[in-house]
Design a protein around this ligand. Structure first.
Ligand code: T4K
Length: 369
């Protein structure tokens, strides 16, 4: 049987490069708790992301969850349901109430026209998502947040290495939370980071990721254990050396996809955003069944029959999850509902060959017959 093509495939450095990076850990026996690899990855990321402050964490989810905790927020957080479970869970697990804003039909990010109508006297923050690496309207969100004195925490899990108008995307808002999961443009196996403006937030995050320990004999907060270990940090250091090449190779695959699928009636490809240095994190395609001639489900099944694992990122919407016991009304986010029922993310990773892209597109287009 031919090898399966999955939605993504982790990029890894040469084995020898990683071995060299971790050699010192055998000598020092220092494996975690903010060791030398942790510190050096943190420093390198500041430069690469163009931000002043970075705090490393075990994963993108803990980045979101502990950032909300560190800000000591109460009340309602405006967010979108067109995202991975993590965004909404981080809000709920902090005892905060998610208030769902609909998404923009072109970028799939928070529809800024609809934010102000959702603000109440209980609103404390906005948590928009740079979904698929599509950048939110950071200027308008910044304006609204300033006007109503709200915190802005970006879920930047998909946005590693991107910039807007030449400025690192992690420098917008009060904080931006990145994921370095194995499936991301940049991975440290598991990992995440928070970029933030206010240095007090850094000290709070540093303590919260280490059980809230303030000093040898003082525990001042109910923290978690969310410290990135040395092996993950070492993987991050290796992958960071190759991430620009990673993005270039992804770009080539995206261009190849576009050469086949652009302009096909009933298919909507991801928006190309002005002033954004993109990272080509995902390749979402929206299938309008009546125009295209086949539904998302048919395309998904046909690809699966051929050993190709496209994914329905992000279906179902988080405001329909059974764990929320019908607390939210999905009809309040009709655009998100429409897109989530029709979108498929096609395989995309640095090692994906042009022949594989051709093959995937052939199968997709043949679904119309
Ligand atoms: N916010 C947003 C918007 C997010 O999308 C995410 C994570 C987060 C926050 C939270 O960040 P983290 O806490 O995860 O750092 C995957 C990822 O696990 C998850 O990180 C990601 N978003 C989400 C969109 O996708 P699954 O359940 O779809 O993963 P899985 O195991 O099905 O893997 C997908 C494909 O990736 C596989 O078919 C093959 C490939 N793969 C997977 C793994 C685990 C590899 O090549 N290597 C691997 O090690 O969630």
């Amino acid at each position: 049987m031919a090898e399966q093509i999955l939605v993504t495939r982790s990029s890894m450095p040469e084995f020898g490069e990683y071995m060299d990076e971790i050699q010192g850990l055998w000598d020092s026996h220092w494996l975690t708790n903010m060791g030398v690899k942790h510190r050096s990855l943190q420093e390198e990321l500041k430069g690469f992301l163009g931000v002043e402050n970075v705090e490393l964490l075990t994963n993108g989810h803990m980045a979101l969850e502990l950032t909300l905790q560190a800000m000591n927020l109460q009340g309602e957080v405006i967010t979108t349901p067109f995202t991975f479970a993590s965004t909404t869970h981080a809000i709920v697990r902090n005892g905060l109430k998610p208030v769902f804003c609909d998404i923009d039909p072109v970028t799939y990010t928070m529809d800024v026209e609809k934010i102000e109508g959702l603000i109440t006297d209980r609103t404390c923050a906005i948590m928009p998502v740079h979904v698929y690496g599509n950048i939110c309207d950071v200027e308008e969100i910044g304006r609204i947040a300033h006007k109503y004195e709200l915190k802005v925490i970006y879920d930047a899990a998909h946005a590693f290495g991107e910039s807007y108008k030449g400025r690192g995307i992690g420098s917008f808002g009060d904080a931006s939370c990145f994921s370095f999961h194995a499936t991301k443009v940049f991975n440290s196996i598991e990992g995440g980071a928070v970029c933030f403006r206010d240095s007090h937030l850094g000290s709070a995050l540093y303590e919260l990721k280490n059980f809230g320990i303030h000093g040898p004999e003082e525990v001042s907060a109910v923290g978690a254990n969310a410290k990135m270990n040395e092996f993950c940090a070492a993987m991050g250091l290796c992958n960071l050396r190759h991430v620009e090449e990673e993005i270039c190779r992804r770009k080539k695959a995206v261009e190849r996809y576009r050469s086949h699928l652009e302009g096909v009636e009933g298919l909507r490809l991801n928006a190309v955003q002005a002033d954004v240095e993109a990272n080509y994190a995902y390749f979402p395609v929206v299938f309008e069944e009546k125009v295209f001639g086949a539904s998302r489900a048919e395309v998904f099944d046909r690809l699966a029959e051929n050993g190709i694992g496209a994914r329905k990122y992000f279906y179902p919407l988080t405001n329909t999850f059974s764990c929320f016991h019908r607390q939210y009304d999905v009809n309040e986010t009709p655009v998100a509902l429409h897109i989530s029922k029709r979108v498929l993310t096609l395989p995309l990773y640095a090692d994906l060959s042009m022949e594989d892209v051709d093959h995937i597109c052939e199968i997709v287009l043949a679904c119309r017959m």
